[in-house]
Design a protein around this ligand. Structure first.
Ligand code: V47
Length: 376
């Protein structure tokens, strides 16, 4: 436990931040900027680890999940993205429902507890396709939690269905959606959003959609895409907006900073993020988002090696087995497309942490050779 060590830094801007963290006081924008500006990664990490251990002790959470991307056809042409395709472009695909059900059942022998479902904004697929997709999956895999559709997809589906966002969410919920993933948030600052994802809903609409989902009893995650053309002020603004909504609803479970992968995107001239930026994004988030229960080091995005280290810099979750990742692999990721349960456990144990398999709602999962039980 970090409490046995003394906090030390030569970075004068960090000292008042440390005082607040140790007194369990909320950080303000200028504190967050000091964290991002600091090169004393060990001091920033010490503070984040202190908070992480205060909240979770030595536990690091992971889950056994499968990603399903029903289509990569997308009307938006976001510069940040290497996944989306126009309808008739080479490589464009849309799964027939049967194909999606088969994909859901395929993969490793470890029984999955979560389907993570996101895809492109397809101009022609009717809303009924998505309702059938979800209800068909629920029927075939009743024990699996369905975490599906980003706020951006929800807003798009509402347009396709000619329904309010509220009614769209309600229909998806009755079809079997259990919670929502955190994607599509990117960076809320309009100046940046215009350049990296001009056709998406704006930051305020993302927040408003998340608020509605939370009010309807759907938990969600939140992400931030960093390492492109944003600056520290944009990152801090993003975090504070998420923290503000969490104060209102308490509906966020996990924050996931996502490093931009430029390969195969229109922004391919940009450089990839550095280890310092990745680790600081985890640590700063842990310190600023004092009302978020979990900070996830998504190994697919950070590489298993950096994600492992992040467990000592504020992260308490590594995400899951994933099995078949497409979004980062289309953008040049060289990580494996999935990890086995045992590999995740090793990454956690070697960092001196205690692996806790969780379901999507962070309830512990117990496995035997023949059964999977969720503690409720
Ligand atoms: O919204 C797209 C990002 C997100 C690129 O909620 C890119 O548990 C980097 O949100 N380089 C989708 N990032 C992934 C996502 C996610 C992942 C894991 C867990 C959860 C969760 C959510 O991926 C998109 C966008 O921000 N993205 N293209 C790219 N070239």
């Amino acid at each position: 436990m970090s409490a046995r060590h003394e906090f030390q830094t030569d970075d004068a801007r960090l000292k008042p931040v440390a005082d607040k963290v140790l007194a369990q006081q909320r950080l303000e924008a200028e504190d967050a900027l000091a964290l991002y500006a600091s090169h004393d990664i060990l001091a920033v990490g010490w503070l984040a680890n202190h908070v992480r251990e205060r909240m979770h002790g030595d536990k690091t959470y992971f889950n056994v999940n499968r990603h399903i991307n029903p289509t990569n056809v997308c009307v938006a042409a976001c510069r940040l993205c290497a996944f989306g395709r126009k309808k008739d472009a080479p490589g464009a695909y849309t799964m027939a429902l049967e194909e999606a059900y088969q994909t859901a059942g395929a993969g490793y022998s470890d029984a999955v507890t979560e389907f993570h479902i996101v895809g492109g904004l397809h101009p022609e697929l009717p809303f009924q396709y998505f309702l059938d997709l979800i209800s068909g999956l629920k029927e075939r895999f009743p024990a699996v939690h369905i975490k599906a559709f980003t706020m951006v997809e929800i807003a798009f589906l509402a347009k396709i269905a000619k329904l309010s966002i509220r009614d769209t969410l309600l229909k998806l919920k009755s079809a079997g959606v259990d919670s929502l993933p955190g994607g599509g948030a990117e960076i809320f600052a309009e100046r940046v959003r215009h350049i990296i994802c001009d056709h998406k809903i704006d930051g305020q609409q993302w927040i408003d959609t998340a608020r509605l989902a939370h009010q309807l009893g759907l938990k969600s995650n939140a992400t931030m895409l960093y390492g492109h053309i944003e600056n520290d002020e944009d990152r801090v603004d993003h975090l504070l907006k998420l923290r503000g909504l969490q104060d209102e609803t308490g509906g966020f479970q996990t924050f996931i900073p996502l490093a931009f992968h430029p390969a195969n995107t229109p922004l391919r001239h940009l450089m990839t993020t550095t280890g310092f930026a990745d680790i600081k994004s985890i640590a700063s988030a842990r310190l600023v988002l004092d009302n978020f229960p979990h900070i996830k080091a998504y190994w697919q995005m950070m590489t298993p090696k950096v994600a492992q280290i992040a467990q000592r810099f504020g992260a308490d979750d590594l995400d899951g087995t994933v099995i078949e990742e497409k979004i980062y692999h289309d953008a040049g990721a060289t990580t494996p497309q999935g990890l086995r349960r045992q590999e995740l456990i090793r990454l956690i144990q070697e960092a001196g942490r205690e692996p806790v398999e969780r379901d999507t709602l962070y309830r512990p999962v117990t496995r035997t050779e023949t059964s999977v039980t969720v503690a409720v």
